[in-house]
Design a protein around this ligand. Structure first.
Ligand SMILES: [Mn+2]
Length: 321
């Protein structure tokens, strides 16, 4: 943390990136840090490595759009690059090449599966969110945190803690959230945009997925899947379905919930959640993915049927262990 504060304090131009298909912690921690650094007179630029590059709808409640450039316009060999909420270099997508050429790479992250890539690593798996870590970094560096930057960090904390309900929510998380809430921003409106803004198309896709729900009692698993055809039929996008796992996970009968989502290339991405009896980050990491103890994901190598069978075996083995 001291080395990161020192490097960012000395730099004049700072390039910030977060993981591909960014969630509000990725973008919130990035824009929050960018807003803080800009207020200190730094030249900042932000991006993420998706192609095509799309601005998520909920970003409308976050200030800092002006810092964002397309990945092609991101500095090729930055003097200093910050990777936020990024569990592995591959998660930078096309900006991985820029990180490889950067003189200094500061990694700020809370994923326990992060191998600690980068030249300066601020990694705390006990932190609720990357935004919480960024707030602590700004405290360490001192000076003013602009209201808009505080709002961005708050968005990261409130979403990654599931509105302060996950086990990662510590007294320190609540202290950080309280400090952020002292700043002037409309948190109720932010919550509406972040949590209560589903297109009808998503609700229709969710209805179909819930209709297909399967329970595997011996593995304490409840699962369902979504195909590209489901999305096309309802005119929904994959990004619209991010919250589906949060509905599936409420099933009383299972410890682990999984949603298999077919990507454009035909492969299925698997999102997993555990109520506490299974370490799903280990199952994900064994399959080339990553995440947290109770929330993790990976890309399946085979069909849904075979992948479910594989997951069931993994869950039964982890119970036996
Ligand atoms: Mn995060």
């Amino acid at each position: 943390m001291d080395r990161a504060a020192d490097a960012l304090g000395r730099a004049r131009q700072i390039a910030l990136a977060c993981h591909i298909n960014p969630d509000p912690d990725a973008i919130g921690s990035m824009l929050g840090l960018a807003g803080y650094l800009a207020a200190r007179g730094k030249d900042v630029v932000c991006s993420w490595g998706n192609e095509p590059f799309e601005i998520p709808r909920w970003m409308s409640v976050l200030d800092g759009r002006g810092f964002v450039v397309k990945p092609k316009e991101f500095p090729q060999a930055p003097e200093i690059m910050v990777a936020l909420d990024t569990a592995a270099p591959e998660r930078l997508g096309m900006l991985g090449a820029n990180a490889a050429k950067a003189a200094e790479v500061v990694v700020i992250d809370h994923h326990r599966t992060n191998p600690g890539f980068g030249s300066i690593v601020v990694l705390d798996p006990a932190a609720s969110s990357t935004a919480e870590l960024v707030y602590r970094l700004t405290e360490r560096m001192g000076g003013e945190l602009p209201d808009q930057a505080a709002a961005c960090l708050y968005a990261g904390v409130v979403t990654d803690t599931g509105r302060f309900q996950y086990e990662s929510t510590t007294p320190e998380t609540l202290r950080v959230a309280a400090e952020l809430r002292r700043h002037g921003f409309d948190h109720a409106r932010m919550a509406q945009v972040l949590f209560e803004d589903s297109p009808l198309a998503y609700l229709r896709v969710a209805a179909g997925a819930l209709h297909r729900l399967e329970l595997v009692p011996e593995a304490s698993l409840v699962w369902t899947y979504l195909t590209q055809q489901d999305l096309e039929r309802a005119r929904a996008t994959m990004a619209d379905t991010d919250d589906l796992i949060d509905v599936v996970r409420t099933a009383r009968e299972a410890d682990v919930a999984a949603v298999f989502k077919q990507q454009r290339d035909g492969k299925f991405k698997v999102s997993m959640r555990s109520r506490g009896d299974h370490d799903v980050s280990k199952i994900a990491a064994d399959r080339g993915g990553g995440g947290h103890r109770l929330a993790a994901g990976y890309t399946a190598k085979s069909s849904v049927e075979e992948s479910v069978a594989d997951l069931v075996r993994a869950l039964e083995a982890s119970k036996a262990a």
